[in-house]
Design a protein around this ligand. Structure first.
Ligand code: KG4
Ligand code: ZN
Length: 365
């Protein structure tokens, strides 16, 4: 008989320190009793990217504050929980270590079971927390640090169909914003600026569309945008607002086209294996982009797949997804002990070839 579970989750693999408490009564929607996220954007703003050392120190300072707040908001004491789940990788190792050490301390002090969670599994399982989505389903994880198509087969069973061979799309949005003098995080700024632009004013490439399969690349697109910007500056002696908007619109349209076509291919692969109950889910900060979301929804509709996009606060980094993934592991009896290791790299799919690259926000897998 499945039991009611109440789990504390911790997340510290990049630049958000987070703690959350979830309660799940089998057969009912899972309740998020609290979800605390302490972001670090201001700490890294001057450096143009996440500085691992600064991130790790901030996690050490904030983790126990977030845990206390999450427990207080949930109105629970540690002794009333069933387990402690923590991101054990992949990510910036200093931050992951800070989270794992905090969770070990809590587990050792309380006697509660400890569950190590793969951060990517947290994202990939979120549609089950929000929409009770049944296995299997196709997931596009698209954020500042990650970009991959995953067939989600079970709480601990994933098949990677493809992924980026260089930058993640969010990373590309952030770099493009920097090149065009727009603020960070770049995604929302580029999307807003693109509204006034003409997406056809500059001819930008659609990388890897000529190559079969679902792998993606965004680094060449970023370089093409840099060249186009330099051409404008050489002609006008500066970057007029109209050209900036056209560059943003052209870049966003290229990302939309690439993500849509690669999603089409990933869905075709998924459909060949799973003709019934076709579902396509998306997670990660880039899923906040209206044009990208609409394009992915349209691709899902083409093949009659259900489209699931969790609310943004659960798409971006958070600890509720870690608590949920921990619960799913706990129900399978997958519990760790105090030897749990923090891992900078931890591919979800143990069978596919590893992804290349190590982005500014940590390992790609
Ligand atoms: O998932 P997330 O919060 O953090 C990680 O990367 O782990 O994603 C943040 C990324 C940033 O690169 C940000 O620029 C991008 O998501 N992003 C967007 C939008 N909102 C956030 N990219 C495109 N359009 C947006 N509206
Ligand atoms: Zn993430």
């Amino acid at each position: 008989m499945p039991q009611t579970l109440t789990v504390l989750g911790l997340e510290s693999s990049c630049d958000d320190t987070a703690a959350a408490v979830l309660r799940h009564v089998p057969g009912q929607p899972c309740q998020i009793l609290s979800s605390v996220v302490s972001g670090q954007v201001a700490l890294h703003a001057a450096f143009g990217g996440v500085v691992p050392e600064i991130a790790a120190r901030a996690h050490v300072e904030r983790l126990d504050i977030c845990v206390e707040e999450a427990l207080a908001t949930a109105g629970l004491r540690l002794s009333e929980l069933d387990a402690i789940a923590v991101t054990a990788g992949p990510g910036l190792i200093g931050g992951v270590l800070a989270g794992v050490m905090c969770a070990k301390g809590l587990a050792a002090g309380s006697g509660l079971p400890l569950v190590g969670v793969n951060h990517l599994a947290g994202h990939a399982l979120t549609p089950r927390l929000t929409d009770d989505l049944a296995f299997p389903y196709l997931m596009l994880l698209v954020s500042g640090g990650h970009c991959q198509f995953l067939e989600v087969l079970g709480p601990d069973a994933f098949l990677r169909l493809g992924g980026t061979i260089d930058d993640a799309p969010g990373e590309a949005f952030d770099k493009v914003a920097k090149l065009l003098g727009l603020p960070q995080p770049g995604g929302p700024a580029v999307e807003a600026c693109a509204r006034a632009g003409d997406p056809t004013a500059f001819a930008l490439p659609r990388p890897l569309l000529d190559r079969a399969g679902c792998d993606l690349s965004f680094s060449g697109l970023k370089t093409a945008l840099l060249r186009a910007r330099d051409g404008v500056i050489a002609t006008h002696g500066g970057l007029p607002q109209g050209a900036r908007a056209d560059l943003c619109a052209g870049f966003q349209a290229a990302v939309v086209d690439v993500l849509a076509e690669k999603s089409r291919r990933a869905l075709a692969l998924h459909k060949a294996r799973t003709p019934q109950h076709l579902s396509f889910a998306v997670a990660g900060g880039v899923a906040a982009n209206g044009s990208i979301r609409a394009a992915l929804q349209a691709v899902a509709a083409e093949v009659g797949a259900a489209f699931v996009a969790p609310p943004l606060m659960l798409c971006t980094d958070n600890a509720a997804m870690i608590a949920w993934a921990g619960m799913e592991r706990l129900r399978l009896g997958l519990v760790d002990d105090l030897t749990l290791a923090a891992r900078p790299r931890w591919p979800l799919d143990r069978t596919s070839a590893p992804l290349l690259g190590y982005g500014k926000k940590g390992a790609k897998a």
